[in-house]
Design a protein around this ligand. Structure first.
Ligand code: GLY
Length: 365
């Protein structure tokens, strides 16, 4: 078992990483929350696979639990689903001392976390991420959100969980596409601030592709440790946490252009490469590092250009730029981009022009 502690000053919590720990969550619940009730939120795919294991373990410990299953997919991160779910949970008489469990990927985690932060003006919650993307990124750090018609994740809160339980066995049931999409967020950590990690990923790419257990455990540990350090320094994203958005300004615009029909991580893969390309264009990064990331994405069977995401779509740089105008990273009317002085050295820039962006998009279409 691996454990990482996040210390935010006003609050501390742990990330527990191990295989086969889903059935022991109830023991931790009993220790920390005594007889509080458990309200488990999950989605249709995950409920078929893991809900029974979690419920059985709560029943064994005689912990009263309720469960709620939402549809899988980005469309569930909406006001409508939030309202329905809140009403059901309130009818089941949740109280402020109870605990909400988010069992699933980033969508379940974001929605359940947001609901926890507002229901009864705040109820504690626990993240049980079951996808690679949520295990290395979205379950850690307390960002919660739903989408609106204007854009992705535009309504939300910062609300830290009580625990993050990462059962790496759950990765075995992911489709190849889902697993690899999550890997785009893994590469991100190497490109942002850890060149040694990027080199390690490059060396171990076959084991990672084959989901070798010890390699995956190490990979998740290193990502969560990196994220825990960033979040401890800058919980509210006023500085270095912004670096974790590498590639995301492009990615969110791409997802919106495709009506959220692709995996977030697939868009992030192309977005990271676009950010590196932009860095080369602006003279910050060398071409060699851009090519290294390109080769690595290809080795991991991840998309590297817009046509890989949708060959039918008539991609237009101006449409993507329009979508970017709704991004949260606009400050004082200036769009902030995360650029790199090569792999492992990311920084925030507001010096990117529309002409630079158009050049990058056109080259990576
Ligand atoms: N997913 C980026 C962050 O948590 O800041």
């Amino acid at each position: 078992m691996k454990k990482i502690n996040i210390n935010l000053g006003y609050k501390k919590y742990s990330i527990i990483i191990d295989k086969g720990i889903l059935s022991s969550i109830s023991s931790a619940h009993k220790l920390k929350f005594a007889n509080s009730k458990a309200f488990i939120i999950t989605d249709k795919n995950v409920s078929k696979l893991y809900l029974k294991t979690v419920i059985d373990s709560f029943n064994k410990k005689k912990i009263h639990c309720f469960n709620y299953t939402i549809s899988a997919g980005e469309k569930s991160k909406s006001f409508q689903v939030l309202q329905k779910l809140s009403n059901k949970i309130l009818k089941d008489k949740i109280s402020r001392t109870d605990i909400i469990y988010a069992l699933g990927g980033g969508i379940v985690g974001d929605l359940a976390g947001f609901l926890s932060s507002i229901i009864l003006r705040g109820v504690r919650y626990v993240q049980i991420p079951t996808t690679l993307l949520s295990q290395v990124d979205s379950s850690v750090g307390g960002k919660t959100a739903i989408n609106t018609s204007v854009g992705k994740n535009l309504i939300g809160t910062f609300c830290q969980p009580e625990f993050v339980y990462i059962d790496t066995n759950t990765l075995k049931s992911l489709s190849r596409q889902e697993y690899l999409a999550g890997y785009a967020e893994v590469i991100k950590y190497g490109v942002i601030n850890d060149k040694a990690f990027f080199n390690w990923l490059n060396l171990n790419y076959k084991k990672i592709k084959n989901r070798n257990n010890s390699t995956i455990n190490e990979l998740i540990y290193r990502c969560c440790k990196n994220k825990a350090n960033i979040v401890a320094d800058d919980e509210r994203e006023s500085g270095k946490r912004m670096l974790l958005n590498l590639g995301h300004t492009f990615a969110h615009a791409i997802e919106a252009e495709l009506n959220f029909s692709i995996k977030h991580g697939q868009a992030v893969a192309v977005g990271i490469l676009m950010s590196l390309h932009l860095s080369v264009t602006l003279g910050c990064s060398n071409t060699q590092d851009f090519l290294r990331v390109l080769e690595h994405l290809k080795k991991m069977s991840l998309p590297t250009k817009l046509k890989d995401l949708s060959s039918k779509k008539n991609w237009a740089a101006k449409n993507l730029i329009n979508k970017m105008q709704n991004d949260k990273k606009i400050i004082n009317n200036k769009l902030k981009f995360i650029l790199c002085k090569g792999i492992g050295n990311a920084f925030i820039s507001d010096k990117v022009t529309s002409a630079n962006i158009i050049k990058t998009i056109n080259l990576l279409t």
